[in-house]
Design a binder for this molecule. Structure first.
Ligand SMILES: [Zn+2]
Ligand SMILES: [Zn+2]
Length: 200
């Protein structure tokens, strides 16, 4: 499996291009669609765009890429309203929204093309945040960062739900590589050792 990390936009949100056995996924295309496209060759087909959650810095290039690649756009149903509302997704006057048709994640194993995705609902940062597992790699959006976690004081955030989510994170396979929505990649094992927010 091939993974490219492309930090884009105002908050340098990580867009990931994942290529698994001929299936291409674009995770969190937040901005700079033209730059994201350079990671794909002409003959590659995109199986889906996957969103870890609905904040503007993770969704700004969705419409352009969904149109270009004619692919479905997946997110958790509970973040749908963030895609329509620039107040809720914090783009404010930049007015970032998504008008593409949406498909909703189901929890557990979700097969798209020939790839098995493992979807874990992980509220706390937003109501509809998810962790997306593909093989040995876990895309954690703004839930889990290297040595930190996402803020819980924005609309739909909850300390209590974040704590529950982190409790589940602590039980995940230590060998999983973790690819956050901002900053560098890490592993569950390394976070268990050094992330102060997992020490409870
Ligand atoms: Zn966020
Ligand atoms: Zn973010």
């Amino acid at each position: 499996m091939e993974i490219h990390r492309i930090p884009v936009g105002l908050h340098q949100a990580n867009c990931y291009i994942v290529k698994n056995d001929g299936d291409v996924f674009i995770i969190d295309p937040g901005a700079r669609p033209e730059r994201i496209k350079t990671y794909l060759s002409q003959d590659e087909r995109v199986a889906a765009i996957l969103l870890t959650h609905g904040h503007f810095d993770h969704i700004g290039a969705v419409d352009e890429l969904a149109k270009e690649y004619k692919c479905p756009v997946y997110l958790h149903e509970e973040d749908e309203e963030l895609l329509k509302d620039s107040e809720l997704n914090y783009s404010q006057t930049r007015n970032v929204t998504v008008k593409s048709k949406l498909s909703f994640f189901t929890e557990g194993v979700l097969r798209i093309a020939s790839t098995e995705l493992h979807i874990l609902h992980a509220p706390g940062h937003t109501k509809g945040s998810v962790l997306i597992g593909i093989r040995n790699d876990l895309f954690t959006g703004d839930v889990l960062f290297k040595n930190s976690v996402g803020r819980t004081d924005l609309a739909g955030g909850s300390d209590r739900e974040m704590k529950n989510t982190l409790r589940i994170v602590k039980t995940l396979d230590k060998k999983l590589s973790v690819h956050p929505g901002h900053g560098e990649s890490t592993t569950i094992e390394s976070e268990l050792k050094t992330n102060p927010f997992l020490k409870f």
